[in-house]
Design a protein around this ligand. Sequence first.
Ligand code: ADP
Length: 404
Amino acid sequence: MSHRSRYIHGLGVLFIAIAAVQSVVKVVNGGVPLEATIDFVLISLPGILFLYVGGWLSSTDLDPELYPRIAIWSLGGVSVMFVFLFLRAVHPGVAASFTFGERAIALALGSVAGLGIGIHEAQAITREREVNQRNEALKRTRRRLERRNRELSQTRDDLEAAVERLQESNERLDHFASIVSHDLREPLRMVTSYLGLIEDRYADDLDDDGEEFIEYAVDGAERMQTMIDDLLRYSRIETKGNPFEPVELDAVLDDVRQDIRVSADETDATITVESLPCVRGDESQLRQLFQNLLSNAIEYSGDDPPRIHVAADRTEATWVLSVRDHGIGIDPDDQDRIFELFQRLHAIDDSEGSGIGLAFCRRIVERHGGEIWVDSEPGNGSTFSFTLPDAVDAPVPADANPQH
Ligand code: ADP
């Protein structure tokens, strides 16, 4: 019990005491015991009510600081009733005055009325404080949200600036790559053609070693030419891609199978394809992606005829496409490296590629907002998987519709 609710308990005890004294006095003065008992009950009832309310208040959410106000209101009720009784007593036109018991009951009723008003007012004050507190909390939340909003706008501005810088940097890189490749191509062509001239004109003067050296030099120059072209194509994946649109991968796979038909027939390859989804992307780049993966699966199939399976799985947000082969596999230590530019795991004599195919694949997948990885064990084949957004949910990357 809060010590403040003792005011209300005190009033309760006071009423019960008055009731007891009045009844005893009545009986002592020769009053009827039944009447004295009824008076006691009538006067002590408000006292019991006060005792009950004193206990009940501590179980409510009313602030204990308000309990004295409730007690004051009760005393106020008593005072009003007291004034009423006094005025009636001194009124010259009123002959019959109230008995002591009637006065006590009237005062008790006045105190109950005051108690009711006091509780009502305390509830109103408590609600008002709650509303004020909630208002304060809302104001604080609003200030926090406004601050967060400002931070977000700042972040958005920073991001926009970063995207702009990135686009400029991409354009500069693209420009740089075209200039470099153009400038390199010319001297390279000179090297190749003069080597050809030497081969034609001085063929008789060259011994076997000389011819072999020239062959190596021409081969090297041709590979350099291919690398320059690949590099240029690689640098343009972002900036010179086609706009994104819905792409039926089933149709893309049909085309790719036509493109690799010769090498597939030569190696007696078996290619199985599950039903593939429609995604959103650049059709020609997706075709290039599948072509690189299928060509690699044929190229690195080992001694047995290649067996390749293309599958599609739906995850919560994206499609996971995979190309599985049963070829030579890849050492776990090399599985990240193979996606870098010009990284090959085999000697140039063993396989034809320039080591840019998978770097191409990764850049294409990244442009489509996905990622690519490989699961493989040496000797047990490889599964290259990549994610692509659904045709419906696909976000449109900032560079998806570049200006040509
Ligand atoms: P390349 O033009 O040499 O094929 P890639 O970038 O396509 O270049 O591949 C990089 C290297 O990854 C290859 O040299 C090869 O060693 C390895 N590789 C790629 N695909 C496979 C595969 N399906 N199975 C085994 N090794 C692979």
